[in-house]
Design a protein around this ligand. Structure first.
Ligand code: ATP
Length: 402
């Protein structure tokens, strides 16, 4: 598939540095230059091709397998996030796409074109790093135009494209400043402009906002999402922050220990995690499996009966212990003894501004956290108070104990 697609794309077109990508070419843009149409032959050749395809890609560093044999398809125009803890292989995967690392096995295709052995600068990829990596001795405009100069784009065109890209990241009027005269957020916008100005086939971002403070990070996330949507540029974003992944992504790839654990929309990953790792750090309530029927299972939590997804419990006999996963915002606090609740006692209240995290101990000994909106809980649930813990009827998942 790869070589067929690549064969019908003229080599000159494949390498042309200022060729707009199919993504950028089809968008409704305020900046008309970025919307210039692609060559029809190239577009036809790539129809149906993934923006990026990793086929059996594997990477080892000595005895460490940083990425186990992996197959991953990134669709044209999507915002895909690699999510996982430190050391799980996110950056390795990104660097393999970028061409900074060579795979030990497997193939990498970009837009249907085989690039496994193609050097980074010929992959037509834009990259933004956590530490901005701007050239300190160059002005903002020269930083942004760097990739175009390297590709031999005529001066006049560079000036126009730099200007329109600075406008895109809201940095008009900053062209002559040095990076030292910019805030962290502004520097990261320059880095984003530098990546976008080459009209990349794929935009790769490695924890781009982690050096920014929380408020600025939120604002930059919204801006990035707007720009990405406007340009329709295929984006692969790396983060260890679940909230960031949920709010930005079309799909999330959850990784751990060099392996993809689940690929899905934010809602699939959040509400239907396939295993304990993807479910993450939430409350676990001890329960017993009662019945399995099709896609649903019934579990007993003390005197309560609840339905959960059966997939992860299929090989378990009735009566086996299971852990029910429930998020703090799904649990509720009721008066002690109310029917349909689990007996518990308040252990601590942690003020979080818009809500209170109420820590409670179940009669069975487990500690749970309940997110109580508003501040009423401070007055009514002092530590030591007996409460009834309300467990939702739906939206629960359960896994075998570790
Ligand atoms: P972080 O969020 O901390 O950047 P990550 O998920 O991006 O982590 P990687 O940087 O991809 O993780 O690393 C995956 C594994 O490969 C880790 O065990 C790491 O120590 C190892 N590793 C990465 N680069 C190298 C290298 N150049 N030499 C040896 N081992 C490496």
């Amino acid at each position: 598939m790869s070589s067929r697609a690549a064969d019908v794309i003229p080599a000159a077109d494949r390498r042309s540095p200022d060729r707009p990508t199919p993504d950028l070419a089809t968008q409704d843009l305020a900046t008309p230059d970025l919307a210039t149409s692609d060559l029809p032959a190239a577009r036809t050749a790539r129809r149906g091709a993934a923006a990026v395809l990793l086929d059996g890609v594997l990477k080892r560093f000595g005895t460490v397998t940083a990425l186990e044999e992996t197959r991953l398809r990134v669709e044209q125009g999507e915002f895909l996030t690699l999510l996982g803890p430190s050391g799980c292989g996110k950056t390795t995967l990104l660097n393999l796409m970028a061409g900074f690392l060579e795979a030990d096995a497997g193939e990498i295709l970009i837009g249907g074109e085989q690039v496994t052995a193609t050097p980074p600068y010929e992959r037509q990829i834009g990259i933004v790093f956590q530490n901005y990596a701007l050239f300190p001795h160059m002005s903002v405009a020269r930083n942004v135009g760097y990739g175009l100069r390297m590709r031999g784009v005529p001066k006049r065109e560079i000036a126009a494209r730099v200007e329109e890209t600075l406008a895109l990241v809201k940095l008009q009027g900053f062209a002559d400043r040095s990076p030292r005269q910019l805030s962290g957020g502004q520097q990261q916008r320059v880095a984003l402009a530098r990546a976008l100005v080459i009209r990349p086939r794929v935009l790769l971002l490695d924890e781009p906002f982690s050096a920014l403070d929380k408020n600025l990070r939120g604002a930059m996330q919204v801006e990035l999402k707007e720009i990405q949507r406007r340009l329709g540029v295929t984006t692969v974003f790396v983060t260890h922050d679940q909230g960031e992944a949920l709010s930005l992504s079309d799909r999330i790839v959850v990784m751990s220990a060099g392996r993809i654990r689940q690929v899905g929309t934010p809602d699939e990953v959040y509400r239907h995690p396939q295993d304990r790792f993807v479910a993450g750090d939430v409350n676990t309530l001890p329960a017993r499996l009662e019945t399995l029927s099709g896609v649903r299972a019934t579990v007993a939590l003390g005197d309560l009966r609840r339905e959960v997804e059966a997939a992860a419990l299929r090989d378990r006999p009735p009566g086996s212990p299971v852990d029910v996963f429930v998020r703090p915002d799904h649990l509720g606090v009721r008066p002690a003894g109310e029917g349909g609740t689990l007996p518990a006692r308040v252990a601590a209240l942690v003020y979080q501004g818009s809500h209170i995290d109420l820590h409670a101990d179940l009669a069975t000994g487990e500690r749970v956290v309940v997110r109580v909106p508003g501040q009423g809980a401070l007055a009514t649930h002092a530590p030591g108070t007996a409460i009834g813990l309300a467990v939702p009827q739906g939206g629960l998942v359960a896994f075998p104990p570790e």
